[in-house]
Design a protein around this ligand. Structure first.
Ligand SMILES: Cc1ncc(COP(=O)(O)O)c(C=O)c1O
Length: 389
């Protein structure tokens, strides 16, 4: 594995993320055709390896589209116009999925969860009792705009008992970041994205369906062409992708899956959890509150003091310290900053971010923290991180 301890730029957004040097190398190899024995071998290995990350015995399909394409693929392969869809909407991405279902003709029942909060199981149960004919329930595992992790296991348990209702999970900012065992938890459809815990460039989505979900694919009446998973299923079983394969990203994925295989999936989860715990602990010690009541390990949202605009903090970090994090969206714009924990992140980058964030807050409000307190805080944080390495 190539070592690369220096960094001049840190991409610490909740996706896209820093890419490992070995993966960058794989991405830059000379192009090969996707209908060749050389690529067939890679594809076979990758399709097998993806099952490990999805923790499923089902096949995983790789689509050359961003995550939103994968969200669409799940809908159009399972839904018919006029059917009821219960959309759990707790932020921007929940809104997007609900809107998509409407575009495809669903009767959408919305469970609006206040931003920063997680869905309540009892409310999901109530809504399903009121609408027993619900075909699909949609939920983000992590709603990236609020950094909230939803109780996926518990929601899945409720839906698993209903013979004609399927649970679809947008795990774009969750799969590969923390445990989400698809088969064990009885999730019917999952979508993941290449630019998140898979540590790759943006542009691929990965989806899988449960056996229960596959029973609905033939009867779903939504129009579908590019995202017709039946085509992909047939092609994959013949050792190919239906359309031209995204050779570069799939070769990068092969390297990522090798790394995961060598260290184990739990080691990947552990790395991400450690970064999340560091950010939550030291962000709060710096004087910032957590925005999410049920925080995800993949991304942390820190609330800005009322005197400081989060958008300015974000820009200052980029311009002065070469660190990209994200601000808030819509109702959280200016009020929060969001820090991602997925991808190739070295400890020194996390310490650099903490120090730079402290200095940035000082820049906008000189009374926020003293120089001496910031120096001590950063030294303590660094020692803490080393202790837990
Ligand atoms: C939870 C969630 N869902 C959906 C998306 C949309 O993915 P994409 O931008 O790859 O289409 C994102 C992107 O960040 C996301 O975080």
């Amino acid at each position: 594995m190539a070592s690369d301890d220096s960094f001049s730029y840190s991409l610490l957004a909740p996706g896209p993320v820093n890419i490992h040097p070995d993966v960058r190398q794989a991405l830059s190899l000379p192009m090969i055709h996707h209908r060749t024995p050389e690529f067939d071998k890679i594809l076979k290995k990758v399709l097998q390896g993806m099952k490990t990350v999805f923790q499923t015995a089902q096949d995983v399909y790789m689509l050359t589209s961003t995550g939103s394409g994968g969200m669409e693929a799940l809908l159009v392969n399972l839904m018919s116009p006029g059917e009821k869809v219960l959309a759990i909407v707790s932020g921007k991405f929940g809104e997007r999925w609900a809107e998509m279902a409407k575009v495809f003709g669903a009767e959408v029942i919305t469970y609006n969860v206040p931003w920063g909060e997680a869905a309540e199981i009892s409310e999901v149960q109530n809504l399903l009792r009121q609408h027993p004919d619900t075909k699909l329930v949609l939920c983000q595992a992590c709603e990236t705009s609020t950094a909230v992790a939803h109780p996926i296991r518990e929601i899945a348990e409720v839906i698993h008992k209903l013979p004609n209702t399927l649970f679809l999970v947008d795990a774009i900012t969750a799969l590969g970041a923390y445990p989400l065992p698809m088969d064990e938890w009885h999730i019917d459809g999952i979508v993941a994205g290449s630019q998140k815990a898979f540590m790759l460039p943006t542009g691929m989505s990965f989806v899988s369906l449960s056996a229960k979900a596959w029973q609905h694919v033939e009867n779903a009446k939504c129009p579908r062409f590019y995202f017709d998973l039946r085509k992909e299923k047939k092609a994959n079983s013949a050792g190919e992708t239906f359309y031209s394969s995204n050779v570069a990203v799939i070769r990068g994925l092969a390297v990522v899956l090798d790394m995961i295989e060598q260290r184990g999936l739990n080691a990947l989860f552990h790395d991400i959890q450690r970064r999340a715990e560091f950010t939550r602990k030291w962000g709060q010690k710096l004087g910032l509150k957590l925005y999410a009541k049920s925080p995800s390990d993949s991304v942390t949202a820190l609330m800005m003091p009322t005197t400081i605009d989060g958008q300015k903090v974000r820009l200052h970090l980029e311009e002065k310290y070469n660190i990209t994090i994200m601000g808030g969206q819509d109702q959280a714009k200016g009020k929060i900053i969001r820090i991602g924990h997925m991808g190739y992140i070295r400890d020194a980058e996390m310490v650099h971010l903490l120090e730079s964030l402290g200095k940035t807050l000082q820049h906008f409000d000189p009374h926020f923290i003293s120089d001496a307190d910031l120096i001590k805080l950063v030294a303590d944080a660094k020692a803490d991180l080393e202790k837990h390495s």
